[in-house]
Design a protein around this ligand. Structure first.
Ligand code: FES
Length: 575
C-alpha cells in the first residue's frame, strides 16, 4: 500500500491531547471505537444515500458494509454518514428541485467533518449528480460506487424495462388496447429486485458517466445490484479509497476536460439520457472545467450508439453486464481512436489501460464501432428563434420521419393544462401537430420536471399515432422516448421566446440543420413578449431560494452561488 507522511486532515480533530481532541474522540467512543482508530489512519467517509423512500438505494446500508471491509483491510477507519436522498419515483414535485440542495448537504457534510477521503454511494437518478457536485466542490480524494441496476423486468415471458414499459403500457391502456388489470399485474413484474432502473435511464446513464469520467473502479456501471460481484466491487472500492488518500488523488486530477469529453463519447455510445447533459455541465462547473452545451453536439452527436438497450433498443442492463459492461463499450471507442486513453482514473491507471483487454461477449447487445446499433446517435443541440441558447433532442429515441418536420402548435401554458387536454377526445390534433409545453423549466415549474415526453393525445392514440413532435423547457425521463425537444433555453418563465408561442403557430424542426424555428415574424414575437408577465415568486423557503438562484438548463441548472469549489480546509473549532 502506498503511504505518505503527510498529516491527514482528520488529525486536526483527533491528533494530540487537549480539550478539543477530548471532545472529538470521547463522544465518538460512545460507539465503542478503540483508541487506536484515531491514531492518524485515513478516516473514510461513506456518503450514503440510503433511504426507504429511495427504493433504488434501499440496499445501500448492506452495500456500505462491504465498503467498510475494504477500508479496514487497507488500514483506514470507515464512518458512514447519511445525506439527503432523492427517490425519483416518490418525491414531489420533482427530485430535480432538490438536486442542488442535496449537493450542498454533501459538500458541507464532507467539509465540516473529520474526513480524509470519501466513498460516494449513488444510484437513483439525482443521487449521482448531487453527490458528484458536492464532492467536487470539496476536492478531497473521492471514489464513486453505484448501487447497480435491478434484474431485468419480466412480464409474461417478455422483457419489461423500468419506466420505458410504463410509458408504453399506459399508452396502450389509454388507446384501449390493454386491460387495466394487466397493467396492474405488471407493477410487480417490472421491479423485482433491489437496484436502480435497468433501462438506460438516467440512473444507468449517470453510472456510466461516473465510470467513463474515471471516478469509479472499472465495471461499476453495469454489475446488477444483486450480483455478488457488486459486493466485491464495494470491498475493492473501500480498499482503493484509502490508497487514494495516501496518493492525494483528488477529483480535480480526475475530472479534467479529457474526462468530460470521454463521458460525452460514452453517453453517445450507450444511448444515454438527455439528463446527462444537465448533470455533466453542473459537475464541470464545480471543478472549473470549461464545458458548453455545444460540446455535446460537437463531440457526441455524430458518434454511433453501440448499445442495443431500452429505451433506444431492446435489451436491459443485466444483458449489458453479461455482454461485458461499459469497459467493452469504452474499448470499442478506444480502439476506434475516439477515447482519450490517457485520462487518469480512480484506480490510478489510465482509462485506456483499464479497458485495453475488455471483452465483448454478446454482439447483439454491444455492437462493434464499425457496425453500430444506430449511427449518428448522440444528443443533438438545436438553436433558432425558439431556443436562442439551445435545446436538446435525442435522435436515437425519436421517430426518423419527424426529425425534419413543420406543424401547427398545440400550446399548453403549464403541465396541469397539458395533462387535462391530452385526455380530451375532441382536442384538435393530428399527426402533424407540434405539442408545445411552457413553464416547466427550472424557474417555471419550479424544478424542471420530467414532463417533456408529453402523453400523446388520446384522440391521436385511437388513430394509431404513437409519436408527434413535442417541445418544452422541461426534461424527460431517461427511460422515455419519442421525438421530444427538451431543455428549451431560455425557458418560458425566464422570458424566453417559448413564452410567445400561440395555438396554431407554425413550428419547424430540422434536426440535421440543428434548427428549431417559430415561423412568426420577429415584430409579432416582440409584441407578444411585450405583454408577457413573469410568474409570481414563491412566497418563502427552498423554492424561493431556488427560483432566485437557479441558472438555465444550458449551463447545468446549478445555483449561481454554487459554481466553483471551496475546497476542504479544516474549519475552525466548534467550542
Ligand atoms: Fe430510481 Fe429509476 S427511479 S433509478
Amino acid at each position: 500500500m502506498a503511504s505518505s507522511n503527510k498529516k491527514l486532515r482528520s488529525q486536526s480533530w483527533y491528533g494530540g491531547v487537549g480539550r478539543d481532541t477530548f471532545i472529538h474522540r470521547s463522544w465518538m467512543k460512545n460507539q465503542g471505537w478503540p483508541a487506536d482508530v484515531f491514531d492518524g489512519r485515513p478516516v473514510i467517509g461513506i456518503c450514503n444515500t440510503w433511504s426507504e423512500l429511495t427504493p433504488c438505494n434501499a440496499h445501500f446500508r448492506d452495500l456500505a458494509e462491504w465498503v467498510k471491509r475494504g477500508v479496514w483491510e487497507a488500514g483506514g477507519f470507515p464512518l458512514e454518514f447519511p445525506v439527503m436522498s432523492l427517490g425519483e419515483t416518490q418525491i414531489r414535485p420533482t427530485a430535480m428541485l432538490f438536486r442542488n440542495l442535496a449537493s450542498m448537504d454533501v459538500e458541507e457534510s464532507i467539509r465540516g467533518n473529520p474526513i480524509d477521503g470519501v466513498v460516494l454511494m449513488m444510484g437513483c437518478d439525482k443521487t449521482t449528480p448531487s453527490l458528484m457536485m458536492g464532492a467536487a466542490s470539496c476536492n478531497l480524494p473521492t471514489i464513486g460506487l453505484s448501487g447497480g441496476p435491478m434484474l431485468n423486468g419480466k412480464f409474461r415471458g417478455k422483457e419489461l424495462g423500468s419506466g420505458t414499459g410504463v410509458w408504453q403500457m399506459h399508452e396502450q391502456v389509454r388507446a384501449g388496447h390493454m386491460p387495466v388489470c394487466d397493467f396492474v399485474e405488471a407493477e410487480s413484474c417490472m421491479h423485482r429486485s433491489k437496484g436502480h432502473c435497468m433501462t438506460m435511464g438516467t440512473a444507468s446513464t449517470m453510472a456510466c458517466m461516473v465510470e467513463s469520467l474515471g471516478v469509479s473502479l472499472p465495471g461499476n456501471a453495469a454489475i446488477p445490484a444483486v450480483d455478488a460481484r457488486r459486493n466485491t466491487l464495494a470491498q475493492l472500492t473501500g480498499r482503493r479509497i484509502v490508497e487514494m488518500v495516501h496518493e492525494n488523488l483528488v477529483p480535480s486530477r480526475i475530472l479534467t476536460r479529457q474526462a468530460f469529453e470521454n463521458a460525452i463519447f460514452a453517453n453517445a455510445a450507450v444511448g444515454g439520457s438527455t439528463n446527462a447533459v444537465i448533470h455533466l455541465l453542473a459537475i464541470a462547473g464545480r471543478v472549473g472545467v470549461p464545458l458548453a452545451l455545444s460540446d455535446f453536439d460537437k463531440l457526441g452527436s455524430r458518434l454511433p450508439c453501440l448499445l442495443d438497450l431500452q429505451p433506444s433498443g431492446a435489451h436491459l442492463m443485466e444483458d449489458f453486464f453479461y455482454a461485458g459492461g461499459l469497459p467493452a463499450v469504452l474499448r470499442e471507442l478506444a480502439d476506434s481512436g475516439v477515447l482519450h486513453r490517457d485520462a487518469i482514473t480512480a484506480n490510478g491507471k489510465t482509462i485506456g489501460e483499464n479497458v485495453a483487454a475488455a471483452e465483448c461477449w454478446n454482439r447483439e447487445v454491444i455492437r462493434a464501432f464499425g457496425t453500430p446499433f444506430k449511427p449518428n446517435a448522440g444528443i443533438a443541440v438545436l438553436r433558432g428563434n425558439l431556443a436562442p441558447d439551445g435545446a436538446v433532442i435525442k435522435p436515437s429515441a425519436a421517430s426518423g420521419r419527424l426529425l425534419k418536420h413543420r406543424g401547427r402548435a398545440i400550446v399548453f401554458e403549464n403541465s396541469d393544462e397539458m395533462h387535462a387536454r391530452v385526455e380530451d377526445e375532441n382536442l384538435a390534433a393530428d399527426e402533424n401537430s407540434v405539442m408545445v409545453l411552457k413553464n416547466c423549466g427550472p424557474k417555471g415549474y419550479p424544478g424542471m420536471p420530467e414532463v417533456g415526453n408529453m402523453p400523446i393525445p388520446k384522440a391521436l392514440l385511437r388513430k394509431g399515432i404513437t409519436d408527434v413532435v413535442r417541445i418544452s423547457d422541461a426534461r424527460m425521463s431517461g427511460t422515455a422516448y419519442g421525438t421530444v425537444v427538451l431543455h428549451v433555453t431560455p425557458e418560458a418563465a425566464a422570458g424566453g421566446p417559448l413564452a410567445a408561442v400561440q395555438e396554431g403557430d407554425w413550428v419547424e424542426l430540422d434536426v440535421a440543420a440543428r434548427k428549431l424555428h417559430l415561423d412568426v415574424p420577429d415584430a409579432e414575437i416582440a409584441a407578444r413578449m411585450a405583454k408577457w408577465k413573469p410568474l409570481p415568486l414563491p412566497a418563502r423557503g427552498w423554492t424561493r431560494l431556488y427560483v432566485e438562484h437557479v441558472m438555465q438548463a444550458n449551463v447545468g441548472a446549478d445555483f449561481d452561488f454554487l459554481v466553483g469549489a471551496s475546497g476542504a480546509e479544516v474549519p475552525r473549532e466548534s467550542h
